[in-house]
Design a protein around this ligand. Structure first.
Ligand SMILES: C[S@@+](CC[C@H](N)C(=O)[O-])C[C@H]1O[C@@H](n2cnc3c(N)ncnc32)[C@H](O)[C@@H]1O
Length: 267
């Protein structure tokens, strides 16, 4: 097994393990919110990029869609056929429940797949790819990820990307409630290995399966897009907490960039 496949397989176990914990915190409230018919949990910057490219009737796919709440929010904006892809089946069960409640059971579907091994037949099928915060950091092979994303998009289509800012990956929260501090090099190439769980809602630590995350420099992100024929049309950085990771930094005097928004167009 390649290193990449090893990391992906380990992360799949850790995410499936985390799913019931996330559901216990969120699912009931999300069910109520999506029953309303018009709910959106998308960040205003994501909505602005989606409005800029236009969503009405367009086909859309969300990669690493987790419990589907962001894809269902995009569907609520008027998108056409929508597909969510994630490799953690336990989260997709939650997504399917939300889709039914939102009334989108027929035109929003979810498949379990590793982004590096997508089923045949998905190439050039989507006007819009969306990824929302917390995806790039799970990708051991950035170029392979960008290739997979680009392959999904029709020529002239777009990728709307929301992400943790790479600079934020230098920081660690303080276990005793003090300020988060930069403890890692921006240029780190080794994965972060953790066994304290994935509860970024309640910050509860538990003995988890090991999971592996990665930091990718801004230049690597920009160059990866250029290599696969994606044109960067817009980029925006914010100093606001969008990921629940080291959230205190948004109030720090020396506030680092925390969120990254990019709009890519497939040539
Ligand atoms: C932090 S969550 C994304 C959360 C999303 N922004 C949201 O708020 O719903 C990351 C997701 O990436 C998925 N993932 C990680 N590696 C993947 C891979 N190789 N292929 C497909 N999904 C993957 C995980 O299963 C997890 O659901």
């Amino acid at each position: 097994m390649s290193d990449r496949d090893h990391y992906v397989a380990a992360n799949r176990q850790a995410w499936n393990e985390a799913a019931p914990r996330h559901a216990a915190r969120n699912q009931a409230q999300l069910c109520r919110q999506f029953a309303d018919g018009n709910y959106s949990c998308l960040a205003e910057e994501v909505v602005a990029m989606l409005e800029r490219v236009g969503v009405t009737g367009k086909s859309a796919v969300q990669i690493a869609c987790n419990n589907g709440r962001d894809l269902l929010s995009l569907k609520n904006m008027g998108a056409g056929r929508c597909l969510g892809i994630d490799q953690a089946e336990a989260f997709l069960e939650q997504a399917r429940e939300l889709a039914e409640i939102a009334g989108h059971g027929d035109d929003v579907s979810f498949i379990e797949a590793d982004i590096y091994a997508l089923p045949a037949g998905l190439k050039r099928q989507f006007d819009i790819v969306m990824t929302t915060v917390g995806v790039l950091g799970w990708m051991p092979d950035l170029d392979g990820f960008f290739r997979a994303v680009s392959d999904l998009i029709v020529p002239g289509g777009h990728w709307v990307m929301e992400e943790m800012h790479p600079v934020l990956m230098m920081y660690e929260p303080d276990e005793n409630g003090g300020p988060s501090r930069p403890l890692h090099s921006y240029f780190q190439t080794e994965p972060f290995v953790e066994t304290t769980g994935l509860d970024y809602y309640g910050y509860e630590q538990y003995a988890s399966k090991p999971h592996y995350s990665f930091t990718h420099k801004m230049s690597d992100i920009v160059n990866a897009g250029a290599r696969v024929g994606l044109e960067l049309q817009y980029m925006h950085e914010v100093g606001r907490n969008i990921s629940n990771f080291c959230a205190d930094l948004e109030r720090a005097e020396a506030r680092p960039p925390m969120g990254l928004f990019m709009l890519w167009r497939k040539k």
